[in-house]
Ligand binder design. Structure first.
Ligand code: RTP
Length: 134
């Protein structure tokens, strides 16, 4: 059954010119990119998106990072799109992410870790609404 996932190339990924490489990985896997946009995230949207981390000491830095330049937002669609996207993306900390995953191949820093992918179909719907239905 087809499913939608929300994926976002973070400001470091965009700055480093990784959009093409990352989109290509999703396409080669067989997931369709059905919507995409280069957009500047507002402070309010970044704070809402990472609201579950509000109590963390790095929350302010995380919001500054996420608003430091444009992000590339995508809706990807296909079988088990959420689970398959998370596999392609790899572990949150690039130092723990397997080679062959996006964070494993392109990241070094646990905060500036190149890409975000929704962690459940429910959160995918919420994030698609947050970033695409404005
Ligand atoms: P994401 O939401 O971005 O896909 O990341 P995730 O589910 O893999 O990880 P989560 O725990 O929700 O963390 C969200 C983002 O916060 C930054 N972070 N910094 N300095 C730190 O120790 C730290 N820990 C997390 C990362 O940008 C992470 O992706």
């Amino acid at each position: 059954m087809s499913e939608k996932a929300f994926v976002m190339i973070k400001p470091d990924g965009v700055r480093r010119g990784l959009i093409g490489e990352i989109v290509s990985r999703f396409e080669k896997k067989g997931l369709a990119v059905v919507k995409a946009e280069l957009v500047q995230v507002s402070t309010a949207t970044a704070e809402e998106h990472y609201g579950h981390l509000k109590s963390k000491p790095f929350f302010g830095e995380l919001v500054d990072y996420m608003t430091s330049g444009p992000v590339f937002t995508m809706i990807v669609e296909g079988p088990a799109a959420v689970k398959n996207s998370r596999y392609l993306i790899g572990a949150t900390d690039p130092a723990e992410a397997a080679p062959g995953t996006i964070r494993g191949d392109y990241g070094l820093d646990v905060s500036e870790n190149v890409i975000h992918g929704s962690d459940s179909p429910g959160n995918a719907s919420i994030e698609i609404a947050r970033f695409f239905i404005r």
